[in-house]
Design a protein around this ligand. Structure first.
Ligand SMILES: CC(C)(COP(=O)(O)OP(=O)(O)OC[C@H]1O[C@@H](n2cnc3c(N)ncnc32)[C@H](O)[C@@H]1OP(=O)(O)O)[C@@H](O)C(=O)NCCC(=O)NCCS
Length: 274
């Protein structure tokens, strides 16, 4: 008979959180402080080509299901980024919330977003979201209990991806966003499209719909950062706290956090070395 997972009952939060001494952090940026805060830690880590071959999937912190899913990727680099992202998630959850890394159990919402099951962990269970793209993974987790209505999403994209960005913009962005892109110098459009795209995906992931959300029905700006929705139910622009940054040498990264009024997210971003 297998051992029962050790579940966090009740969840406990460390009195002091933050990077352990010696972590290879290059950059850290607290953004907002308010009366009641929800701390968020966003970590990214590069994934170098060949990493999966060096340490095959048995070396990662993955459940049997995740291991099986990793093994089904055709391309080694997808196996590596998937494995790195899910291992990073498990290690971060364990670092800040009491539960061994392989004991965490997830369920998917109807649109595919993995979440900690409130039936197991309670309504204030940590929230998280992750992104894996060629060359980098990103994981955001909450460190404090979250209020109703709180949501977060993260997205990273590599600018190595090339595409007919004006064609994509007319198909998938709102008219105002596509006009903004078209007004940029041609040499900037590729990168700026991906910048805006990470922001839109982070918002779509925060609301839990992903690509099921009509990307022409909400509008993002990168300068100043903002989001607004055509339809009600997603929260006013004031509820949304957005972050967008360039992560050298080749990625855009966005974080979108929806908070009920009176509560502010207080996020810290760490870019780990390989
Ligand atoms: C989520 C989505 C926007 C991802 O975009 P992407 O840039 O290609 O990929 P990213 O690496 O940034 O993000 C993928 C991760 O987002 C998370 N995710 C998946 N669906 C999500 C959703 N609806 N909302 C928020 N996060 C989601 C997952 O953790 C996923 O990684 P995993 O599959 O390894 O667990 C897109 O793939 C999507 O909408 N998928 C929906 C799939 C779907 O509709 N499934 C139906 C039910 S199974």
């Amino acid at each position: 008979m297998g051992r029962m997972p050790v579940l966090p009952e009740p969840l406990r939060y460390r009195s002091s959180v933050g990077p352990e001494p010696g972590l290879p952090i290059r950059f850290s940026m607290p953004v907002k402080m308010t009366c009641r805060r929800v701390r968020i830690l966003l970590r990214t880590r590069p994934v170098v080509d060949g990493e999966a071959a060096i340490s095959d999937v048995s070396g990662w912190l993955l459940s049997d299901t995740e291991r099986e899913r990793a093994s089904r990727f055709v391309f080694e680099r997808d196996r590596a980024t998937y494995s790195a992202a899910h291992s990073l998630l498990r290690s971060m959850l364990t670092e800040f919330h009491q539960c061994p890394p392989l004991a965490w159990q997830f369920r998917n919402n109807p649109h595919g977003r993995p979440e900690l099951d409130p039936a197991i962990y309670g309504s204030q269970a940590p929230r998280f979201n992750l992104s894996h793209t060629h060359g980098r993974v990103a994981v955001a987790i909450t460190l404090d209990p979250v209020p109703d209505g709180f949501e977060l999403g993260v997205d990273a994209e590599s600018v190595a991806r090339t595409a007919d960005v004006l064609g994509l913009a007319r198909r998938f962005l709102s008219p105002a966003e596509a006009d903004w892109l078209q007004g940029l110098p041609a040499s900037d459009r590729q990168s700026q499209f991906l910048r805006l795209w990470t922001l839109k995906e982070a918002v779509a992931k925060a609301v839990g719909l992903g690509l099921s959300l009509n990307f022409q029905s909400f509008h993002c700006r990168v300068d100043p950062l903002s989001v607004s929705f055509d339809q009600p139910g997603f929260g006013s622009s004031e509820c949304w706290n957005l972050h967008n940054e360039w992560v050298p040498p080749g990625h855009w990264l966005s974080l979108a956090v929806r908070c009920p009024s009176g509560i502010g997210p207080d996020w810290q971003i760490e870019h780990l070395n390989p």
